[in-house]
Design a protein around this ligand. Sequence first.
Ligand code: ZN
Ligand code: ZN
Length: 107
Amino acid sequence: MEDQQVACPVCTETILIPVEEYAELLEGDVLECEHCGAYLEILSLEPIELVVVEGGEDGFYVLCPRCENEIEVEAEGEAVTCDNCGYTFTPDWSEVTGEDEGRDYRN
Ligand SMILES: [Zn+2]
Ligand SMILES: [Zn+2]
């Protein structure tokens, strides 16, 4: 066995999984992409298939209320236009969580 390389589905960078780590992975485990910080759940191991659990640092994901398309949004607080059905809406930002959820800003 050799180290496994898999392309991050979010940022397309290669994620290297050392063989000893790969041997301990199970379907359903979650990896973190070292390049973009995305969380990737393992769907299957041979060959390795990943599904994005939570996007990386580039943006947030919201669901279109009309067609349930997943839309990546860059900045919080703006209206979003669905690229699937064209519907424009303003997400409930209090329910949209980025990677910093839970961070305590008080020092
Ligand atoms: Zn990535
Ligand atoms: Zn839509």
